[in-house]
Design a binder for this molecule. Structure first.
Ligand SMILES: Cc1cc2nc3c(=O)[nH]c(=O)nc-3n(C[C@H](O)[C@H](O)[C@H](O)COP(=O)(O)OP(=O)(O)OC[C@H]3O[C@@H](n4cnc5c(N)ncnc54)[C@H](O)[C@@H]3O)c2cc1C
Length: 290
């Protein structure tokens, strides 16, 4: 089935949602699709404390509020995953697992995917990364190793340590997260932090996962239930491979917009993504008016 629209927004995280709300206000026809649930990565956040006008609350709650705002504005999100894109000079053809969209403008608000070093792949089903937040919050009485030292590692530790024991492994002596997250983890009896410790091998066992680590000359072996790898993320833009060659031209001619975490490198924050989405919608409005 071929569906025509002025703007297709791929991704209904904070960036895609703000793009949609702005386009709605401008009266520009658009379609929003998302392969998963509304709210994107925000749904993983333990506590969102940097939204200036709202009290601190879980990312899941913020995501639910965003979904409610979409509903009030009569904006539907189609549960479809963009798989490929072609450009014929006038229109994009965006193929999903269900349909093909023909669109003048394309907003890629598809966020990021985790970088999982090869060494952790052997953790198999014991690797929690791609599990939905709903699965993470249901874990209880487990031992969970988190590898990483940034905001995400410590934020995950915050949510998982409510009902589980958490070990954080940092290969260096310096942590990279905000100091309040580090201090909060330090106050939890359920979080143990290890600096200067390098994971060397992971191995699935009958009942869990064995993690072999090295600290200087000493070797430690941890038996845990799960491993969560918070060792960085990279842009999720694989569906754009078909237009990779003409991407600079599509971006400079304001036909293709890459917004939010998908373009912001290490500056991955909800408000930055939201502003990005809104800006893309404003640029499209200007382009149409011209
Ligand atoms: C543990 C954790 C805690 C965090 N805490 C905070 C915090 O306290 N404060 C803060 O400001 N930020 C926080 N963040 C960061 C914040 O969640 C992100 O910056 C924000 O969600 C990025 O929004 P986005 O819309 O750019 O991308 P995302 O939220 O990643 O949304 C992208 C969406 O695109 C969809 N998608 C991907 N590929 C496709 C495709 N091919 N087709 C269709 N849909 C697709 C995905 O399903 C997803 O819904 C946290 C992140 C993590 C991991």
């Amino acid at each position: 089935m071929q569906v025509e629209t002025d703007v297709l927004i791929a991704g209904a995280g904070p960036a895609g949602i703000c793009a949609a709300l702005s386009l709605k206000k401008f009266g520009i026809p658009f379609i929003v699709i998302d392969g998963e649930k509304i709210g994107g990565l925000l749904r993983h956040a333990n506590l969102v404390e940097n939204f200036p006008f709202l009290p601190a609350q879980s990312g899941m709650k913020v995501a639910m509020q965003l979904a409610e705002i979409l509903r009030k504005n009569k904006i539907k999100v189609l549960k479809e995953k963009a798989e490929f894109v072609r450009f014929n000079g006038d229109f994009f053809q965006v193929g999903t697992n269900k349909s093909v969209f023909s669109t003048r403008f394309l907003i890629a608000a598809t966020g990021t995917k985790p970088r999982i070093p090869l060494i952790f792949r052997s953790a198999g089903n014991r690797l929690l990364n791609e599990k939905m937040p709903e699965v993470l919050v249901r874990l209880k009485g487990k031992k969970i190793a988190i590898v990483g030292a940034g905001d995400a590692a410590f934020d995950y530790a915050g949510s998982l340590s409510r009902r589980n024991k958490v070990f954080i492994f940092n290969r260096s002596s310096r942590y990279k997260c905000a100091s309040f997250l580090f201090d909060r983890a330090g106050r939890s009896a359920n979080v143990k932090y290890f600096a200067n410790i390098q994971v060397q091998r992971t191995e699935e066992t009958a009942g869990g996962l064995r993690i072999r680590c090295r600290n200087n000359e000493r070797v430690f072996v941890f038996e845990v239930d799960y491993l969560l790898c918070a060792t960085g993320r990279k842009a999720e833009l694989s569906f754009l491979d078909g237009v990779r060659d003409v991407m600079p031209r599509l971006k400079s001619s304001r036909r293709l917009f890459i917004v939010g975490d998908a373009r912001n490198g290490i500056f991955r924050q909800m408000l930055i993504s939201m502003a990005d989405g809104m800006k893309a919608a404003m640029e499209i409005k200007r382009r149409i008016e011209k």
